[in-house]
Design a binder for this molecule. Structure first.
Ligand SMILES: Nc1ncnc2c1ncn2[C@@H]1O[C@H](COP(=O)(O)OP(=O)(O)O)[C@@H](O)[C@H]1O
Ligand SMILES: [Mg+2]
Length: 366
């Protein structure tokens, strides 16, 4: 009988994706801790069982295993529906590869789609945002001057017109004003300074944003605060974070329509998300903040692109709200993701924890 000894050290154990090693008969030889979590079963109960008994994969798993063995090369099953035991089926990509030194053994990696997509989406947003914004800023600057001329000329014209004919000139003035406002938002977008970070209590920031929203556009919404009071401080620029929450609350409000709805502000601690940057450094983002609304959900046509600038599902939208949110959060070394179905849209921010030993100015005072 063949044996598989997990590599020494912690690679096998700390691999964040469920991983299994299968023997020649496709029985489970080894599982890592992430796989135990995925199957909701202990290694002891999984080992020795046929892989196809524990793991149901839409499209045949057996065939893919056989192919990997036969060709002695990797096989990928893309975005298949995978179910394991009692749990709900999930969309996952399976990677199967013979072990280098024991090619009759197969390594099977399961990457559930939520995670993959979350990571992919947020990363795309920040780089695409940067190039589109540079261009838009330049245009904005160039367009503002002639617009001022157009608006001025319309106002001069209006002076010589009888009041009943001023509808057209008013329209010109009104519309140019709207465009200038849009351009100013584009310019403001390019001007976001690097965050001036300090240890802050996320709940204070959320309160500021909620109060400000309740005095204006969010007056008809019901807010629920679902806070974990023991949440540690994060390191952030308070004004920029308020802006982030205001944009998210505004979107939730607009999606809910005139009859209002409920916005839940939720905070909790979750250590499982690790961010790995391009330069190889990594950090955990344990502080989670969710803005959850019960509106109609993100329109499917734009769901993949909402963090891109100028993508909007609304008649008079600029599509800059979420692009700005994404930029600020990425400047903070944080992460943003979204889950949306009709009736429940949740934007989640994952933020780093402030290093211990630093106190807030408020704490120093008291
Ligand atoms: N909470 C939400 N519920 C439903 N759709 C949303 C929500 N938040 C954002 N969206 C969609 O994403 C689009 C982009 O949002 P945003 O970048 O803020 O631009 P804008 O609000 O100017 O359209 C919105 O137009 C809307 O279609
Ligand atoms: Mg918006």
């Amino acid at each position: 009988m063949t044996a598989f000894a997990p590599p020494p050290g912690s690679i096998w154990a700390s691999l964040p994706l469920p991983a299994l090693v299968l023997d020649r008969a496709s029985n489970i030889l080894a599982v890592n801790p992430a796989a135990e979590t995925f199957f909701n079963a202990s290694a002891r109960s999984l080992i020795g069982q046929a892989a196809s008994m524990r793991l149901k994969v839409e499209g045949a798993l057996d065939k893919a295993l056989e192919q990997a063995r036969h060709n002695e090369s990797g096989v990928v099953i893309n975005e298949a529906e995978v179910s394991a035991g009692e749990r709900q089926p999930v969309q996952a990509t399976l990677q199967i590869a013979p072990l280098n030194d024991q090619p009759d053994l197969l390594l099977l990696l399961i990457s559930p789609r939520v995670l993959a997509e979350r990571l992919g989406r947020a990363r795309d947003a920040s780089s695409a945002a940067k190039s589109a914004i540079g261009m838009a800023e330049m245009l904005a600057h160039e367009i503002k001057n002639p617009l001022a001329g157009i608006s001025g000329a319309a106002q001069l014209l209006a002076m010589n017109l009888p009041p009943e004919d001023r509808e057209m000139t008013d329209l010109i003035v009104e519309e140019t004003r709207r465009i200038v406002k849009l351009l100013e938002q584009v310019e403001q977008f390019g001007n976001v300074r690097p965050p001036d970070v300090r240890p802050v209590n996320i709940h204070d920031i959320l309160d500021r944003a909620r109060k400000s929203a309740q005095m204006g556009y969010g007056a008809h919404m019901t807010f629920i605060e679902d806070y974990d009071p023991s949440l540690p401080l994060t390191l952030a620029d308070p004004d920029q974070l308020v802006q982030v929450f205001l944009n998210l609350i505004k979107n939730a409000t607009e999606a809910s329509g005139d009859n209002g709805g409920t916005i839940r502000l939720r905070t909790f601690y979750d250590l499982s998300l690790r961010l790995r940057r391009k330069d190889g450094t990594g950090s955990t983002l344990p502080l989670q903040v969710e803005i959850i609304d019960d509106g109609p959900g993100i329109p499917a046509e734009i769901a993949r692109d909402i963090f891109e600038p100028f993508v909007s599902g609304r008649e008079n939208g600029t599509g800059l709200g979420l692009a700005l949110v994404s930029k600020i959060i990425s400047d903070h070394g944080g992460w943003i993701s979204v889950d949306s179905v009709p009736g429940k849209t949740a934007f989640r921010l994952s933020l780093p924890m402030a290093p211990r030993g630093i106190t807030t100015p408020d704490e120093v005072k008291s």
